[in-house]
Design a protein around this ligand. Structure first.
Ligand code: LM2
Ligand code: CA
Length: 479
């Protein structure tokens, strides 16, 4: 359950938050596949409750398991999964298994046209009835595991995953998706479900579909959303034996570090020594769809696309460092934390559109961090470095660091007043390299800065103080 089943040497997934299925299909073919992205986390594909004003979070209120949402129909989902797999890009489904809809109104309508009665606990399109849910308590005390798992999160009707019928419904839903060709699942709100119930559910999942290019007997990739910042009784280690787990401490710490609230020199032992999960268990990211807008927990220090250089440099570190399974965020612009994706007045999502320079047209509202030239180059760097260990760690003062991977090298200066001026070991074969931070190698040479690595692998480097500055390069950027 801890293998993402990426094609070839790919390493990283992108969360195409709220994207329509047809747009994801073309994105796999035209951009993600060619640029070496490993997979896409998609928004929940099952029918959700329609909430007034169409906030993004209505998709975290399941109303049935019909595959019909604002992102598209079942046919469009099937087409997208097929085309992405053909382009070498895997699909991971955001699976909302903990609960159904929340309160506020009794008669509720879903995106597939189904109806539900919140007060009567009736979801006829599934079907679920009163006996499929836990009691009527609400979660107040996060230090009480029993309550966190058996009571309602934000009034959302809490499914009882120990009931055979509930388990069977959830297993059938996931197996349909596996048969369609998905490679795995993000398990939403995993903390709110018992590990033993989840284990039983995972155990009944089909192997991945070999006609979509998966090796025989491949188990689905599972990564569980557990927010554990060290202050609660439920911990990530209860879930890591079952599959991978989101490591929110990484987002938190990277936010502090690249906001200048901690010293980069401490990154020398980034990983489990920071009270984070073992590398092979951890899904790591700079921000996610919750904490980039103050939802979820521990969002305070998190960096987002709104933060410019500190965000970009956090991404440089995340993607260059060997720790964890990396995921990057692809967002839309928002003014308030409930705002849904770009949509027409009748609620249809407006598809992303691209400018001639390859960037998303911001007039539509999509940010598309994954299309940033720097992002694509960093993905290439991570794919090249593969599973090689970190070597040649170097630091000076508090905020100057450098390190190498097999065939790749990075240096960062975040000192306010001190220039980085040092001879650094890159581990690279001698030659002239193109820095990929501000430019790239092209037919005509290098549009960025040139880096001269001598016969023994040394680089005499100067990086100015003041705003953050960095260089990164790898063997494919050798001129
Ligand atoms: C999560 N972790 O386990 C996410 O971190 C969290 O952001 C999700 O909530 C949650 N699971 C459920 O999947 C999101 C959103 C909430 C939203 C819920 C349900 O962050 O704001 O709650 O989805 O759509 C909304 C309202 C809330 C209301 C609730 C029920 O914001 O005020 O509670 O709907 O109607 C009365
Ligand atoms: Ca629960």
């Amino acid at each position: 359950y801890k293998q993402p089943h990426y094609e070839g040497k790919r390493t990283t997934m992108v969360h195409l938050f709220e994207w329509p299925w047809p747009s994801i299909a073309t994105e796999c073919e035209q951009f993600l596949g060619p640029k070496g992205f490993g997979g896409v986390q998609i928004s929940p594909p099952n029918e959700n409750r329609i909430v007034n004003g169409r906030p993004w979070w209505e998709r975290y209120q399941p109303l049935s398991y019909l595959l019909h949402t604002r992102s598209g129909t079942e046919q469009q989902l099937i087409d997208m999964i097929t085309r992405c797999n053909r382009a070498g890009v895997r699909i991971y489904v955001d699976a909302v298994l903990n609960h159904m809809t929340g309160g506020g109104s009794d008669a509720q309508t879903g995106t597939g046209g189904s109806l539900a009665h919140y007060e009567k606990h009736q979801y006829p399109a599934v079907p679920y009835g009163p006996g499929d849910f836990n009691g009527a308590c609400n979660i107040i005390d996060y230090q009480a595991p029993q309550q966190v798992r058996n009571c309602r999160l934000l009034s959302l009707l809490d499914l009882n995953q120990s009931k055979p019928h509930v388990r069977q419904v959830l297993v059938n839903y996931m197996n349909r998706l596996i048969d369609m060709g998905v490679a795995g699942f993000r398990i939403d709100a995993a903390k709110h479900m018992w590990p033993q119930d989840l284990e039983a559910i995972y155990g009944q999942l089909h192997n991945l579909n070999t006609s979509h290019g998966f090796a025989p007997n491949s188990r689905p990739f599972i990564f569980q959303e557990v927010i554990d910042l060290g202050s609660e009784r439920i911990t990530t280690s209860e879930y890591s034996p079952l599959g991978c787990v989101t490591e929110f401490r990484a987002a938190n710490e990277l936010g502090k570090l690249f906001r200048g609230r901690n010293a980069l020199k401490w990154l020398h032992n980034w990983g489990p020594d920071w009270s984070m999960l073992p590398s092979g268990d951890a899904v790591v990211f700079v921000d996610n769809h919750d904490n980039q807008r103050g939802h979820g927990a521990g969002a305070g220090d998190v960096l987002t696309h709104k933060d410019g250089k500190p965000y970009e440099t956090a991404l440089v570190f995340l993607l260059a460092h060997p720790y964890g399974l990396t995921r990057v965020m692809s967002s839309y612009a928002f003014n308030n934390s409930d705002q849904g994706p770009p949509a027409t007045s009748d609620g249809a999502i407006v598809a992303p559109r691209f400018l001639r320079n390859g960037q998303c047209d911001h007039l539509v509202g999509w940010i598309c961090e994954h299309r940033w030239p720097l992002m694509a180059r960093l993905i290439e760097l991570r794919n090249i470095a593969g599973s090689s260990p970190l070597t040649h760690w170097w630091s000076q003062h508090d905020q100057q660091i450098a390190f190498a991977r097999a065939n790749a090298f990075v240096a960062i200066n975040m000192e306010k007043e001190k220039e980085l001026n040092a001879k650094l070991q890159t581990g690279l074969p001698s030659g002239v390299y193109c820095d990929i931070i501000d430019g790239e190698k092209s037919d005509s040479g290098c549009s960025g800065r040139k880096l001269y690595v001598d016969a023994e692998g040394w680089l005499q480097l100067q990086l100015p103080p003041g705003s953050i500055s960095s260089v990164a390069t790898h063997i494919n950027a050798k001129l």
